[in-house]
Design a binder for this molecule. Structure first.
Ligand code: FES
Length: 787
């Protein structure tokens, strides 16, 4: 059959049921349409135009394409490409950008039929498109702005202040135009000559002894190159970010811990063959009853999921005389609060490409292209699996299509690296959406028992809390998440007497790990619920009660830190006071959230500034750009510190571990702080040199910066006389959710104090996206697991 692709006649002789998306991406090498849902037609990332109408290419079989015209972003008129790309970048309508090319195609169709759409009309047109990052507000702004450019022919004008490049400017996101149009590749878009494809065989049961893995049938399938089991791992099979408890593959004789455990992997000539072969592998099990409830797992005599026991961590904080405070309280409330497991739902599904590589030592190694939130962590763990020194592994950080914490743990990187190393050939391993949902860690479900008291005047007197979180099958960062919940148990309020205990417990559920908020959200929910109940009981005004008890300078957090400066809880509350008081039906809550890991763990940022030419200064760093605008933050920090002309400052967006700027995990605000602080450190000497030399005289020089916070206090090891410092900084918020007469959400008013705002456009994008994600968490999202 024939069809027209971006104006060119194109022949197709394959299976007429094959999806247009596969034909575009795999046969035609056009990767601007993205795959976010593995052919379910539910995310909109793959939208293209078919005879002028927007269709989802993943559910459009080729038989429906015959004789028609297909247009992707590559085929749009140049003026349309420019108008849309400029608008999305300037208005902040792009964060990670994985959803954006599909939205661009939808916007093109909309603006052709309706050149001046209202906000409602744009919102309606976007209904089939999921964006997990932006909260949509700025996407709507972008489409309206692009429409105006196309109507008037006048290009979008940027505020000249935005181009100062200094801290505080609305500098457009660095090199984001290509991402808007889908032309900057994500990992799944990469191809290597001679590349093979891997697929993983997962456990059929959450808890079962693997008696036998029979690969004989699968190995006979034409196109299968090799099948790998745990026996093939040359190094250490067990990995993990903090505790090494997560086997790359489960061996015969071992017991599985969850449905995402990998038993073996197939490499074949195509992904379809690899998947078919993986399904042909026969596994004999002795099926065991899974432990799905953390309380069951904590009972004496419960089967041990790990040899170390089922309780992964305990965090305890006690301050003051609890019984005395309870007796002296005029009002007390008690309750059990549960928060559910939820999924990050980043639009980009996990994938990794690995290939043979020769490092600086000349010894053979492996190079990985990863969307990880921590390239140096990937390097460490892959080197461990392969039994290689770290310098024989290079991890190239590819732009990340949304992480929210869910890409801190490795998923397929270790498998891809192993297959490529043993085959001495490039291998891609990509998960389907279903596999991704079953494999990567989720937000921790918590059960929180709270008892909170206050005196007659409404001053909080004590909090007793027991917080049990379900870590699932592996530790991930669960002990730190639980610890964070405990150290933020009183949220943005001072409670003089506390008795807090947190347990993070292994079960046979899908692991829990990092997710936006990292345990703090769960604690805030329990605390705010208690606050409202106390107000009802004592007849206190909900806003005033919060203001009176708010943390201020000199007051103590749940974690025992006496806050020293610029505590923003009250100013956030004041910002939403009128909205709350005028609303007929509204809820109110505050928040405090640490930046960085802290609690005794070092936060490390490193950056390198290289003067490459008289008109080119390049910043190298080790952090992950995942939508938050990290590269832009690095540039603004350098321009602010040195006064350099913005046009001369670039960022090496190809973060590679061989550049040796080792940093830890990128966890959004942490990345912003640490990239900025390390660039400022590197700028010190550079700035001094610039006072004595022209830039052209500094060509070839390098300036390295390191910012390490190693002064935080480990929970439970406070030293007498030494002030407790849990974190190097905090952010504060107050939000009001107003409902209409029918109980539907009318408006969310969000006030955030995040200190000096690096870039208001990007900052607003983070807040809007977080509000959107928070509403999902509060109202609609769940990830239930059944036995
Ligand atoms: Fe839409 Fe990330 S920008 S999913």
């Amino acid at each position: 059959m024939e069809f027209t692709l971006n104006g060119k006649k194109t022949a197709f002789n394959g299976d007429s049921e094959r999806s247009l998306l596969k034909v575009l991406r795999e046969d035609q090498g056009i990767t601007s349409p993205k795959d976010g849902c593995s052919g379910q037609g539910s995310c909109g990332c793959c939208a293209v135009e078919l005879d002028g109408k927007t269709v989802l290419s993943c559910i459009t079989p080729m038989k429906k394409v015959e004789g028609k015209a297909v247009v992707t972003t590559e085929g749009l008129e140049k003026r349309v490409q420019d108008a849309l790309a400029d608008a999305f970048v300037a208005k902040g309508g792009i964060q990670c950008g994985y959803c954006t090319p599909g939205i661009v195609m939808r916007a093109d169709s909309l603006l052709k039929s309706n050149p001046s759409p209202s906000r409602d009309e744009v919102s309606k047109a976007l209904q089939g498109h999921l964006c997990r990052c932006t909260g949509y507000k700025k996407i709507v702004d972008s489409i309206i702005a692009a429409g105006e450019t196309l109507r008037t022919g006048k290009p979008l004008k940027l505020d000249p202040a935005a181009l100062s490049g200094k801290v505080g400017a609305r500098l457009p996101k660095y090199e984001a135009r290509e991402t808007v149009l889908g032309w900057r590749p994500f990992v799944a878009d990469l191809r290597e000559p001679g590349m093979k494809f891997g697929a993983l065989r997962f456990s059929d049961h959450p808890r079962a002894r693997v008696l036998k893995i029979d690969v004989s049938e699968a190995a006979k399938l034409p196109g299968v190159i090799r099948i790998f089991t745990s026996k093939d791992v040359p190094g250490d099979r067990t990995i993990g970010l903090i505790v090494q408890d997560w086997p790359l593959m489960i061996a015969e004789g071992e017991i599985t811990r969850y449905i995402g455990d990998v038993l073996c992997g197939v490499v074949a000539d195509s992904e379809d063959i690899a998947r078919e072969a993986a399904a042909l592998i026969k596994v004999e099990y002795e099926v065991l009853t899974p432990i799905c409830d953390p309380h069951e797992a904590m009972k004496p005599g419960a089967p041990q999921i790990h040899a170390s026991g089922n309780v992964l961590s305990v965090t305890e904080i006690k301050r003051g005389d609890l019984n005395k405070a309870r007796k002296a309280s005029a009002f007390t409330v008690k309750g059990k609060y549960n928060t559910q497991r939820i999924e990050h739902a980043f639009m980009e599904i996990e994938a990794c490409v690995a290939k043979p590589w020769t490092g600086p030592s000349g010894k053979p190694g492996v190079e990985l292209f990863s969307q990880t939130q921590g390239a140096y962590e990937d390097r460490k763990q892959v080197a461990k699996i392969l039994g290689l020194p770290q310098e024989q592994v290079n991890v190239t950080q590819v732009q990340n299509g949304g992480g929210f914490g869910g890409k801190e743990d490795m998923t397929v990187q270790g498998h891809a690296a192993l297959f490529a190393w043993l085959l001495n050939a490039p291998v891609k391993v990509a998960l389907s959406r279903e596999e991704s949902l079953c494999m990567h860690p989720k937000r921790h479900p918590f059960e929180m028992e709270y008892e909170l008291g206050c005196d007659q005047a409404g001053k909080l007197t004590f909090l007793e809390a027991r917080m049990v979180s379900d870590s699932g099958a592996y530790a991930s960062v669960g002990m730190k998440v639980n610890e964070r919940a405990v150290t933020h148990a009183t949220s943005g309020y001072e409670v003089p007497v506390v008795s807090l205990c947190g347990y993070n417990v292994y079960t046979n559920n899908i692991p829990s790990g990092a997710m936006r908020g990292f345990g703090v959200n769960q604690a805030a929910f329990a605390m705010e619920a208690c606050m409202d109940e106390l107000c009802e009981k004592g007849g206190f005004d909900r806003w005033q009660f919060r203001w009176e008890n708010a943390l201020t300078e000199g007051k103590i957090t749940a974690g025992g830190e006496v806050l020293q400066k610029a505590v923003g809880v009250r100013s956030c509350l004041e910002a939403v006071k009128e909205k709350f008081q005028k609303a007929k039906f509204a809820g109110i809550a505050v928040g405090i959230k640490n930046t960085g890991i802290g609690c005794g763990m070092a936060d490390i940022g490193r950056a390198k500034i290289v003067v490459e030419a008289a008109d080119r200064v390049v910043i190298h760093h080790g952090w992950t750009e995942m939508g938050q605008g990290l590269h832009t933050m690095a540039i603004q920090s350098l321009v602010e510190a040195t006064g350099l002309d913005l046009a001369k400052v670039k960022v090496d967006v190809r973060v590679e571990t061989k550049n040796e700027t080792p940093c830890g995990m990128t966890t959004s605000s942490r990345g912003t702080s640490l990239v900025g602080l390390s660039v400022l450190e590197a700028s010190k000497k550079f700035k001094e040199d610039l006072t004595k030399h022209k830039l052209s005289e500094l060509v070839g020089r390098q300036y390295e910066g390191e910012w390490i916070c190693d002064w935080t206090t480990k929970v439970g090891v406070e030293k007498p006389g030494v002030p407790t410092v849990m974190h190097y900084s905090y952010g504060y918020a107050a939000q009001v959710v107003e409902l209409d007469e029918t109980g539907k959400i009318k408006t969310v008013w969000a006030a955030h104090d995040a200190g000096r705002i690096m870039n208001p456009t990007l900052f607003e994008g983070q807040v809007e996206g977080a509000v959107h994600m928070g509403l999902g968490y509060a109202i609609t999202e769940d990830f239930p697991l059944k036995d």
